[in-house]
Structure formats: structure tokens, C-alpha cells
Design a protein around this ligand. Structure first.
Ligand SMILES: *Cc1c(COP(=O)(O)O)cnc(C)c1O
Length: 415
């Protein structure tokens, strides 16, 4: 790190040197808020409201059904899918957008298992995001062919790759700790063991460098509403290595995945390309909103995003160490930058009320059970001095014991 101890002036100097600072003006960030939850719901791009209004009022309101052809609605999902592909180094022709991350996991996991019919194990990490585990459990039960979800610790993954493993399913950056896997290395190890690999990029796309093609990844999924700033419940994306497409069969065989949707044939025939991994009518309003966020991500050089993200996570961790000593806060994100995504996770037994107190004072992160305060770093719209201010408020919440107030201790639905 730069120096120790840090001062607010140091951080103001980092803001002055920040090549990404102009991106902040492209987003709405409310006054008085330090937004450290863009890993859960990205901020609103200023251009989104006008784009969505145009789709609603003009394309839908005036164009009506004609807009499928005249406004290019039919081509929009494919176009934005390829744009997201540029953010994550996808091989051309392998990307589709639509459905949710959970549903896309189901579709791709099923395809992977069919490609390894003689194997029965889905290998994953115990600390993976729950929906990933639930989907695997549900699929194994549905198939009723003896498939098993085998869960290990992160350091045990490579050693657990044996000839029973059909697919290795991992989240590249862990939602809880922010720890990042070596995508290329583990993909290679899985392939050496004869297994396929499915990467969940929910906390990676737009946040850390990803090169799916170089890593020779087989499958990937991810969210549109986190670092891609596509809006709440934005359509998700999926990736299938184009080399596998001819053989890959997907379990939800809808008309958008048909070779000729408007031939209205009775029998299902899969489309030749990645369209076969899609299902039904894509949500145009949401996809239009997502495109605004993705276009911004494409303008920001990933090397700069990564450099600023690492500087932010380092500064934030350092400030907590320097200014919040003695409060029992324990940083659980990796200290080694190469192993770190774009968040700092801090464990404390009273993490829930502490986060509620922070939110009430404009420092918005989130809580992840059982005991983690999660602070996401979004280089496009958060600055360094804001990190100082956030840590000072955290220090005050701890010093005054403000978090003990009853109102911060009532559990709400979304944490
Ligand atoms: C956020 C997240 C999801 C969310 O899935 P949805 O279907 O969009 O609700 C899935 N997996 C991981 C790893 C996530 O972080």
C-alpha cells in the first residue's frame, strides 16, 4: 500500500489521480450515500430512464407488434449478449442473454451432465452461493439417475477432481468472502480429469478480468444486475463454448430455441447456434435497460477497473485495520490481491445490526448470514475519499454502540 497510516488527504489525492473518475457522472448516486453494494444491485445509469421510456412509449406504445421487426427487438438479445461476451472474453457465438442466473444454471448444468453420461458427480464448493447448490440438488433429484452434488472446501477442489466428476461447478468470486479462483488453472485441471467446467460469474462480470475463451471454459452464467448495472432482476447471461454447441442439448426446449421459431412446426428441432440454449420471448424493456449498463462497462478499460478495484479493497481493508482496532472486526477477504475479487468482507458476531446502523447513516453495504458485513467496491462510481467517510462512520457506530438500538436488531426480509 501507499503509506501508513492513511489520511483523508491521501485518499483525496487518489481521487484526483483516478482515470475512472469521470464515469461517476454516468450514474445516479443519491447525495449522502456511500454505495458499497453494487455487487448486489448495481447503481442506476443516468441514461437508463430515457432509454426505457423510449422503448415503452415509442417502440411499444407506437410501434406495437411491428417493433419486433422495425425496432430490432428480435436482434437485441443477441446483440447485447455479444457485448457482455466482450466484457468476459467469451468466444464469439457462445453468449445468450435472458432468464435468471438460477434458471441458466439449471439449463447448462443439465447439458453438462448429458455430455458426460458415464459420470455422476457435480463437484462444487460448500460455500458456493446457495442457489447454485439448490439448482444442482434439484436437477440431480429430477434426473433420478444417481447424480450427486459433492461439496468440498476451496483448497480441496483440485484434489477432488477424479473420474467420477462430470462437471465442476464453481463461482469464480465467492459471494461471501470475495475470494477468487484461478479460472484457467482449475479449468485445465478439470479437463485433465475428463470433467467439464461451469463458472458462475455473478461477482466477476464487469468487476474483474475474465477470459473465458483463453481459459477454455465450457460453460458460464452470470447476473445482469450486479456489476453490469442492468437494474433489479435484469436478465442474466449464459455462455457455452461454441465447440460444444453441436452436441449440447438443453432441457427447457422452448420455441426461441427452435431451429425455425416462426415455422410453427409440431416437433422440436434445436437451433444450430447458441439460440438453442434460449427458451422463450425475451423481456425487451429489461434487456434495453441492461444494454445501457453493459455499454458503460465496455467503455471502461478492464485493466483500469481492476487496478482501481484492488486499490479500493486494499485501502478499505487498511483503514479498517488502522481506524477500527479493538472492535472485534475481522477481515475475511484474501489479503493477496491475486486471490481477491472486488469486495471486502468483515466478520463480526453482531454484523446484522451493525450493517443496519451503517445503512441508516448512508453507508450501504449488506449482511450475509451468519456474521458478515459485505462491502462491494465498484470502481465506476465510488471514490476513495468516500471509503474514508464510510470507515469513519463504521468507527463511530462501533465506538458509540449505536448498533445496539432496537430498531437495528429487527431482521428484515432482504438483508
Ligand atoms: C447473485 C447470485 C446469483 C443470483 O441468481 P438469480 O437467479 O439472479 O437470483 C446466483 N449465483 C451467484 C453466485 C450469485 O452471486
Amino acid at each position: 500500500m501507499t503509506k501508513s497510516p492513511l489520511t483523508r488527504d491521501d485518499l483525496l489525492a487518489m481521487d484526483r489521480d483516478d482515470a475512472l473518475a469521470p464515469f461517476r457522472a454516468l450514474f445516479e448516486v443519491p447525495d449522502g450515500v456511500v454505495y458499497l453494494d453494487g455487487n448486489s444491485l448495481g447503481a442506476l445509469p443516468r441514461a437508463t430512464a430515457a432509454r426505457v421510456a423510449d422503448v415503452v412509449k415509442q417502440e411499444w406504445g407506437q410501434g406495437l407488434i411491428r417493433s419486433w421487426n422495425d425496432a430490432g427487438w428480435m436482434d437485441l438479445p443477441g446483440r447485447i449478449a455479444e457485448k457482455i461476451g466482450q466484457v468476459i472474453g467469451a468466444a464469439p457465438g457462445g453468449m445468450a442473454v435472458g432468464d435468471s442466473t438460477s434458471v441458466n444454471l439449471f439449463k447448462l448444468l443439465s447439458a453438462a451432465l448429458e455430455l458426460r453420461p458415464e459420470r455422476r458427480v457435480i463437484l462444487s464448493e460448500r460455500g458456493n452461493f446457495p442457489t447454485d447448490l439448490y439448482i444442482a440438488q434439484g436437477l440431480a433429484a429430477l434426473l433420478a439417475r444417481g447424480h450427486e452434488l459433492r461439496l468440498v472446501e476451496p483448497h480441496e477442489v483440485a484434489g477432488a477432481l477424479d473420474d467420477s466428476v462430470a462437471v465442476l461447478m464453481l463461482t469464480h468470486v465467492n459471494y461471501h468472502t470475495g475470494a477468487m479462483y484461478d479460472m484457467a488453472g482449475l479449468t485445465q485441471a478439470a479437463h485433465d480429469a475428463g470433467a467439464l467446467v461451469l463458472w458462475d460469474l455473478a461477482h466477476s462480470a464487469g468487476a474483474v478480468p475474465v477470459d473465458l475463451a483463453a481459459a477454455k471454459a465450457d460453460f458460464a452464467v452470470g447476473c445482469g444486475y450486479k456489476y453490469l448495472n442492468g437494474g433489479p432482476g435484469a436478465p442474466a447471461f449464459l455462455y457455452v463454448n461454441p465447440d460444444l454447441l453441436d452436441r449440447a442439448r438443453f432441457p427447457v426446449t422452448g420455441w426461441w430455441g427452435h431451429a425455425a421459431p416462426f415455422a410453427f412446426e409440431v416437433g422440436y428441432r434445436p437451433a444450430s447456434g447458441i439460440a438453442r440454449a434460449t427458451v422463450g420471448t425475451a423481456p425487451m424493456i429489461s434487456i434495453a435497460a441492461l444494454e445501457v449498463g453493459v455499454d458503460i462497462a465496455l467503455q471502461a478499460p478492464m485493466a483500469q477497473v481492476r487496478a482501481k478495484s484492488l486499490a479500493m479493497t486494499s485501502v478499505f481493508a487498511q483503514l479498517i485495520s488502522e481506524r477500527c482496532q479493538g472492535f472485534g472486526l475481522n477481515i475475511i477477504s484474501p489479503a493477496d490481491p491475486a486471490l481477491r475479487g472486488s469486495q471486502v468482507s468483515v466478520a463480526h458476531p453482531d454484523a446484522y445490526p451493525i450493517m443496519q446502523a451503517l445503512v441508516s447513516r448512508g453507508v450501504i453495504g449488506d449482511f450475509r448470514a451468519p456474521d458478515v458485513l459485505r462491502f462491494g467496491m465498484t470502481p465506476l462510481y465510488v471514490g476513495f475519499a468516500e471509503l474514508w467517510d464510510a470507515v469513519e462512520i463504521l468507527r463511530d457506530v462501533m465506538q458509540t454502540g449505536q448498533w445496539r438500538e432496537a430498531r437495528f436488531n429487527e431482521r428484515r426480509k432482504v438483508t
